[in-house]
Design a protein around this ligand. Structure first.
Ligand SMILES: [Zn+2]
Length: 413
């Protein structure tokens, strides 16, 4: 019932009436005894450590349950005096392996309040649990093995004041690495972990055109082509369009055209969305803008034209892009004139992505998912826990529920 295997001997079971809990007294079987808790190497005994201690395990129905055992230390040749390994829990954990795994599974499948309440643990504890689970998964399976095509991006947390740099694998769709910061030093940390040899095998790096990323990639990945995702180019265009919308909205407000200003404010989503996804009401809004606000409508068409140009792959899109440049240069909308210049500056990277058909869908979906995670991880104080949650969910490290079959590395949905 408590999910122990042959490596563990049960010595006694008692009911703790005061705490309404069951305590199961256990010891490791002789063959699994006296190993270093960190590396698993056999080592001579050192001392009795802190004596008897307890590990929370999964509830027995409505009753809480713990394992209790000695926790002696061994003298590891590498790690020195270390608490000995136990078959039922990860090193340094206050919960059993099954308990940890269930928390990790729940946190990727249910709201956080449900996890805390169901498992009767604080949200802080959830953070340490998933950090342990992810660390073990990464130790078992080299996350950098066979990387050829990667995407580098930044995501904000703490309401846009702090940033994480993230690396995704375009081939598997997995998040492979994340760290606090968005600068050269942070990204160099990733390539340091990769090592020179593996860096040399990276063929494609996609990014958003940021100079700090481009510089470090050129410095470390000598064989790589740097691409700029069309996803990011569309983001630039959307930002330019939003700038125009804000300007005409402010002008309308200042000019006392309150009704027109209100319409413009409501038109935000109509301008943002792809035309094929518009609702009938939003299409109406757009038609109205076409009639009443020529510059804003022109900006909208410029954005749409650019989106279509880079969505098509290959030579056609390059021709469309050329035409777009001419239009942008003479459109007399400062935000789009500037956008035209920016795109020209980054043209080699954008063309490379269009000609070689790098999939942006993966980065985009990872980004979307990370934003969801970020909202979910709001209660985490430590960014390390947020990173662990992201890796757990998008890196494929979510364990199966205890007692179910074990896929090697979970498939991503
Ligand atoms: Zn050791």
């Amino acid at each position: 019932m408590v999910g122990l295997d042959k490596a563990t001997v049960i010595e006694d079971v008692e009911v703790d009436d005061e705490q309404n809990a069951v305590v199961v007294h256990v010891r490791p079987r002789r063959a699994t005894k006296r190993r270093c808790g960190r590396c698993g190497v056999r080592a001579p005994g050192y001392d009795r450590g802190e004596g008897r201690r307890r590990w929370r395990c999964l509830d027995l129905g409505t009753v809480q349950c713990s394992l209790e055992a000695d926790s002696p230390r061994v003298e590891c040749p590498t790690h020195g005096p270390t608490v000995a390994q136990v078959p039922w829990a990860r090193h340094g954990a206050g919960h059993t392996r099954d308990f940890d795994d269930q928390v990790a599974w729940l946190v990727t499948h249910t709201p956080k309040s449900a996890v805390s309440e169901l498992m009767r643990i604080a949200w802080r504890t959830v953070g340490s649990v998933i950090s342990r689970v992810v660390a073990e998964g990464r130790a078992d399976h080299d996350p950098f093995d066979g990387l050829r095509r990667i995407g580098i991006d930044e995501i904000s947390y703490k309401r846009g004041h702090r940033y994480l740099t993230v690396v995704v694998d375009h081939d598997s769709g997995r998040l492979v690495w994340a760290a606090v910061g968005r600068d050269k030093a942070t990204l160099r940390g990733f390539f340091d972990l990769m090592g020179e040899q593996r860096c040399g095998k990276i063929a494609v790096v996609s990014a958003d055109g940021a100079e700090w990323i481009a510089d470090v990639v050129r410095e470390r990945c000598l064989a790589a082509t740097l691409y700029i995702d069309s996803f990011h180019v569309v983001q630039w265009a959307t930002a330019a369009l939003d700038e125009v919308r804000r300007e005409v909205w402010n002008a309308a407000r200042r000019g006392g055209m309150t009704e027109h200003a209100r319409d413009l404010k409501g038109a935000r989503f109509a301008l943002w969305k792809n035309p094929e996804d518009l609702t009938r009401r939003q299409r109406g809004k757009l038609a109205q803008i076409a009639k009443t606000n020529a510059p804003l409508y022109r900006a909208y068409l410029l954005k749409e034209q650019l989106r279509l140009a880079i969505r098509h792959k290959g030579v056609i899109s390059l021709t469309m892009l050329d035409e777009w440049f001419c239009w942008a240069a003479r459109c007399r909308i400062p935000a789009f004139v500037e956008l035209g210049r920016k795109i020209r500056r980054h043209l080699p990277g954008i063309e490379a992505a269009m000609l070689h058909k790098v999939s942006n869908a993966l980065v985009e979906s990872t980004n979307t998912k990370l934003r969801v995670l970020h909202r979910m991880a709001f209660g985490f104080r430590e960014p390390e826990h947020l990173i662990a949650l992201a890796l757990l969910d998008r890196g494929g490290y979510c364990p199966p529920l205890p007692g179910r079959s074990t896929p090697a590395l979970a498939a991503l949905g």
